[in-house]
Design a protein around this ligand. Structure first.
Ligand SMILES: [Zn+2]
Length: 390
């Protein structure tokens, strides 16, 4: 997807975000190249660049001259130009991190709480967030993103069963987070957040089309299509965990069907089954399901690759991938492949927290018509040193 600038004067906050987004995705990048990509004049882009440099969102470095003429300035995001809080809540606890614009985790704290209730979660997130803020007392905190297990807005499925959170239905989560932290707050699915993190900072950085298979407490996945996480009509597209892989298999309390993938291939399944059959026994049980899942995903979506990540122990994930080889014939079994069919990405919790923070960065910084970008005064245009530390 190519975003284009607008020549209307009222479009200035929008253009700022278009330019910032181009630098975020394609930096280091020169002014002329930005102008070409977003369809604005070099002069307009240069004016915006000055503003963004003044706000310390971006930094420029002279490039080596190529032939004659002045060397171009290559612009990149200033990693310390902004920060966001990334939080994750799951049936096993709460994690909160302070993340910079480049996706680096500056500090992180976790609390193990079984099935954390909403109010306790909000209080803990706010407490940890204010502690983490002290790591960058003068830093500009742009917002907070929280990742939580889906699926969303499904009457019979949300927040039921061992892999989802209970007691969260109808809670105005973003509103409460905003109240307790004072930060603009955004909520997203855990799998979509981790997929976003892979796209921005991880194994999917150079890829436009990949499927992210996520082995969390439950199992899910998201398709990244044209560089964007494919949402579907309610943000649930790619939810492979509740596709029945075993006819008349185990009952799935989350959705009510039988034989769902996540009953066999998930951290919950690993914890439950490895107690009975041992770690190796579980790997032998789960590997054929991973193999079939890979085949199904490839034949449905024809991705460049499948990135496999999640929260299971690293050693277990590695053994599982090895045990799934050789993969089955599918549309992806081509000889001239540039990337393997299945890539293991051991970013685990970090991917979740960086992705959650990216929800806030994207919401505050990305161009959206009718969104924050059209408001004046533009919330991005506050000097960092005017902000007070909490
Ligand atoms: Zn199910």
């Amino acid at each position: 997807m190519v975003l284009r600038g607008t020549n209307q004067e009222s479009g200035r906050p929008y253009n700022r975000r278009i330019v910032l987004e181009a630098i975020r995705l394609h930096g280091p990048i020169a002014r002329g190249e930005i102008a070409r990509r977003v369809g604005l004049t070099v002069q307009t882009v240069s004016t915006i660049i000055r503003e963004l440099e003044d706000q310390e969102f971006i930094i420029g470095a002279r490039e080596e001259p190529k032939g004659r003429g002045y060397p171009a300035t290559a612009l990149t995001l200033n990693p310390e130009g902004g920060f966001a809080i990334g939080a994750s809540v799951s049936p096993i606890g709460i994690d909160v991190a302070l993340v910079n614009l480049s996706g680096d985790i500056i500090g992180q704290q976790s609390r193990e709480i079984a099935n954390p209730a909403p109010e306790l979660t909000f209080t803990e997130v706010a407490r940890i967030a204010s502690e983490l803020r002290t790591l960058r007392p003068k830093g500009r905190l742009l917002g907070l993103g929280m990742a939580m297990p889906g699926p969303f807005d499904v009457e019979a499925m949300s927040f039921v069963g061992p892999t989802t959170l209970q007691g969260w239905k109808d809670v105005p989560i973003a509103e409460r987070l905003n109240t307790v932290t004072g930060l603009p707050a955004f909520v997203g699915g855990d799998v979509a957040s981790a997929a976003l993190s892979e796209r921005l900072y991880g194994a999917g950085r150079a890829l436009q089309e990949f499927y992210y298979l996520y082995l969390g407490v439950g199992t899910g996945g998201r398709l990244v299509h044209g560089g964007q996480v494919l949402r579907g009509s309610r943000g649930n597209a790619g939810e492979i965990g509740h596709v029945p892989f075993i006819p008349d298999g185990e009952y799935c309390p989350s959705c009510g069907n039988r034989g769902c993938l996540e009953r066999y291939l998930s951290v919950e399944a690993f914890d439950r089954r490895s107690k009975i059959v041992g770690e190796e026994g579980w790997i032998a049980e789960a590997a054929p399901l991973l193999r079939t899942a890979v085949l199904a995903i490839e034949n449905l979506f024809d991705p460049e690759t499948i990135i496999f990540g999640g929260l299971a122990p690293e050693g277990v994930m590695k053994k599982l991938v090895r045990a799934a080889e050789p993969l089955l014939p599918s549309v992806a079994a081509r000889r001239e492949r540039k990337v393997p069919r299945l890539i293991l990405s051991i970013t685990g919790k970090a991917a979740l927290l960086r992705g959650a923070a990216a929800l806030a960065f994207s919401s505050m910084m990305a161009p959206r018509i009718g969104g924050a970008g059209d408001d004046d005064p533009d919330p991005l245009m506050h000097k960092p040193n005017r902000e007070k530390a909490a």
